[in-house]
Write a protein that binds this ligand. Structure first.
Ligand code: FAD
Ligand code: MG
Length: 377
């Protein structure tokens, strides 16, 4: 499968970043092939700025990995050395090579090729990710399902062959999707897909999981204040060095140029959004986006434009943003309210915005064409 390597996604991320950046005069950096770890990675050099507000030095590097634009911003008393970024981008590279469905030698590709044939030995990370996927499948009654791969391939959204499939083709691929047919043996460290044609796709959770591992590494290396942005999955390390909250822009799902519609104040939290704006194609009057309901075999249309989840870990935020999008406003809102330390902002097609109770004044609406409503209105 050939992905369209447009920089539209990258641009939207840059806009989000500038919204959460303390220094407004950022220009788009040049990404160049750089050896970091085993592989050549498309990556920038360091940009170093003095932050007047926190009196710290911010060192920023960017890369293009896991099919998206990545920005790492670390605050310290002095410039952060290049080898710290080598380690960060090298770690992302290791995970990408394990979990990407588009890398033929990855563990996930190996599991998929051996579907219906035999169990495959995998790393702890892949066991963790598939187990997390199973938990969210149970929580959503199978709407979230990491065996969604055959339907993702059929629709091809984000590739050069995206098209509306025939009903027959859709039904055939739907029959291959069933998270209950994944056999995980944690002690043997193997995963087996019980039927031929099944395919795992970790696209809905892997970015969050990798962001959490990058945060662990940054803390281990002795840095307490940073922003990790993996294609819009934003994970903050600590508070800002002056103890202020970080301010992260929430993307306006209707803006093609990546404008924001609100601001979230975060401290040591993750914010992850899922929506109709990230990957899609238009056919007739319909915009077909990439979050697929396994029970209909088609992108989920429920009046939601986007949902942003605030949580402690990014993997939970990532899994929940996709899950809650699939559940729709009422059920998704109720699920978020039932979970501790998880909050959400829902943006609907009719310009209404719903904010869960724990966010309070941590969400500020900045785009006045939207109206905050309550589910009891
Ligand atoms: P999310 O809402 O978090 O996830 C949507 C994605 O989840 C869909 O794209 C699909 O993959 C999957 N999904 C859809 N429906 C369901 C469902 N019902 N249940 C569970 N999952 C579902 N993109 C490229 O263009 N080129 C690449 O080479 C590439 N490599 C990647 C490698 C890795 C390791 C990862 C994690 C991602 C990669 N991507 C790549 C991006 C990937 O294809 C997805 O588009 C992306 O992860 C979607 O993230 P999101 O936050 O936009 O949406
Ligand atoms: Mg997700």
């Amino acid at each position: 499968m050939k992905y369209l390597k447009t920089f539209a996604v990258s641009l939207s991320v840059m806009m989000l970043l500038s919204a959460c950046s303390p220094s407004p005069s950022e220009s788009e950096p040049m990404l160049e092939p750089t050896v970091g770890g085993e592989n050549t990675i498309l990556r920038s050099t360091s940009k170093v700025t003095n932050d007047a507000q926190t009196k710290k030095i911010i060192t920023t590097q960017e890369s293009f990995q896991i099919g998206t634009h990545i920005t790492i911003k670390v605050y310290d008393d002095k410039e952060v050395p290049n080898d710290v970024f080598d380690q960060i981008f090298g770690l992302i590279d290791i995970y990408e090579n394990r979990v990407s469905k588009t890398i033929s030698t990855s563990e996930v590709s190996n599991i998929n090729e051996n579907a219906g044939v035999e169990p495959v030995a995998v790393s702890d990370a892949v066991i963790d990710l598939v187990e997390i996927g199973q938990n969210y499948a149970a929580l959503t009654d199978g709407l979230f399902d990491v065996t969604i791969g055959p339907l993702v391939d059929l629709w091809g959204i984000g590739t050069d062959h995206a098209a509306v499939p025939s009903d027959d083709a859709r039904l055939t691929e739907m029959s291959k999707i069933d998270y209950q047919k994944i056999e995980i043996k944690p002690l043997d460290k193997t995963i087996f897909l019980k039927e031929t044609g099944m395919e795992i796709d970790l696209g809905a959770i892997a970015k969050g999981y990798i962001a959490d591992r990058v945060k662990d590494l940054i803390l281990e290396l002795g840095y307490d204040h940073a922003i990790i942005n993996l294609g819009g999955n934003v994970l903050t390390v600590g508070t800002k060095p002056n103890s202020d909250a970080w301010q992260v822009g929430v993307r306006d799902p209707q803006s093609s140029s990546g404008n924001t519609m609100g601001i979230l104040k975060l401290e040591d939290n993750s914010i992850v959004s899922s929506g109709i704006y990230e990957r899609f194609f238009n056919a007739g009057d319909t915009r077909y986006h990439h979050i697929i309901n396994p029970k209909t075999g088609s992108p989920e249309f429920n009046g939601m434009y986007s949902v942003s989840i605030v949580s402690d870990t990014s993997v939970d935020g990532d899994a929940l943003s996709t899950s809650v999008f699939l559940l729709g406003l009422e059920k998704g809102f109720a699920l978020v309210e039932s979970l501790s330390n998880v909050e959400a902002v829902f943006v609907m097609e009719d310009q209404s915005v719903y904010v869960t109770s724990g966010l309070g004044d941590r969400f500020i609406l900045t785009e006045k064409s939207y109206v905050i409503k309550s589910l009891t209105d």
